[in-house]
Design a protein around this ligand. Sequence first.
Ligand SMILES: [Zn+2]
Length: 290
Amino acid sequence: MSGVPCPICQTSSAECGGIVHNKPAMVAGVEIDLGDARFEMHSCPSCGLQFKHPFIPESQLIACYEQASGDHWEDSPDPYKRRFDDIERVINTHANGPKVLDIGCSNGALLGYMGQSWERSGIEPGQQAAQHAEQRGVRIIAPMLEQCETDERFDIILAIDVLEHLLDPSDFIERVRRLLTERGIFVGFTGDTDARSWKWHGSRYWYASLPEHQVFYNRATIDQLAQTHGFEVVHYERTSHARFKSTRRVRDNLRGAIWGLMMRLGMHKHASPPGWLPAKDHMLFAIKLR
Ligand SMILES: [Zn+2]
């Protein structure tokens, strides 16, 4: 079905393939019932956003998060593996002050890594994760951005592994803008549909097979979001979600290449895709208020 309006710019979208979710479909380690609905990927010809149609209702996803055990997410991820150094480098290069707000800060691992020279605040819906973040010296100011009512302003706002969950990215960026100081920066980390591995698997790409991932960006989408909300793009790099050993990279690249070839030959019609985690399929970017 084509013609569904883009959630960012309302341009009529085009369908660009079916989505096969992981089986059983899991969110945060909890099984989610997706029924018999057919999910399609749509692509916006104007801003480049790709998005699932239909969206999986947020209420269903939240129910999974509420049932998830507190130890589902890694307590202390390896900062080097998770590229905390890359994120910090972008912040150090572009930030104008010490006040940082991490939206979806989880257990505060990144802010903990950044250390006490920053004034660290977080937004986090998971209660156990939020408590853990507070033990790491993070001040939790709200469970969700929509519920954040404060007159405070921040020099840096982070959203790491968050943007792909949003049903209204434009509203999110506008809320971020209002919370920033003059010349404040927003740093985002999310999937990038311009990645070669992504293009090879198309709508079947592993990143889109996770039910909680609903919208997918490329450079053009970030340019458009930045321009619409009064920002300029000051940093953009294509990278992998985490650093992996070379043996794992070789294995996943081979498997992904072969799987994509077989898919194009008409096989794997109903199979969920293999993971391709070491692929350079993420973007790390920073936008600054003009
Ligand atoms: Zn659009």
